[in-house]
Design a protein around this ligand. Structure first.
Ligand SMILES: [Zn+2]
Length: 116
C-alpha cells in the first residue's frame, strides 16, 4: 500500500520529505528539476531540498531548474531594500553626513553575492 500524500526523497538512505521532482529527458540529455509532480512516473525522482540542491547530472547533460513560484526562502525585496538602506546609512555616517554617491538612486544596483 502506498501513501499518496507522503512522498519521500528517492535517494538511498534519505528519509526527508520530497519537495521537488527530477525528470530525466534522455532524448535531450536534460534533467528538469521542478515542483513536486502530482503522480509518480517511471523517469521521475522525488528529491528533498538538500538533494535537489546537490543535484548532479552526467557530463554533457544540462539542468533546467524551475523555481517554486511561492517560495519563501531567501531575502525578500523588502529585506533587500532594508539592507540597501542600512548600507547607505553606514556610508553617510562614515562621510560625516556627506553623501559620497549622490547619483545613487533609490533602487541602486545591489549585488547579492553567494555565500560560499
Ligand atoms: Zn534527500
Amino acid at each position: 500500500m502506498r501513501k499518496s500524500n507522503s512522498r519521500r526523497c528517492s535517494r538511498a538512505s534519505c528519509t526527508n520529505a520530497a519537495i521537488k521532482t527530477l525528470t530525466y529527458i534522455y532524448s535531450d540529455s536534460t534533467a528538469v528539476l521542478g515542483p513536486l509532480s502530482t503522480y509518480a512516473e517511471p523517469h521521475n525522482y522525488d528529491l528533498c531540498s538538500l538533494h535537489s540542491e546537490r543535484l548532479t547530472v552526467p557530463v554533457g547533460w544540462s539542468v533546467i531548474k524551475e523555481e517554486i513560484i511561492n517560495h519563501n526562502t531567501g531575502p525578500s525585496e523588502e529585506d533587500l531594500m532594508a539592507i540597501a538602506d542600512a548600507v547607505r546609512e553606514v556610508a553617510n555616517t562614515e562621510t560625516g553626513g556627506k553623501t559620497m554617491q549622490p547619483e545613487l538612486g533609490r533602487r541602486g544596483h545591489l549585488r547579492v553575492l553567494p555565500s560560499n
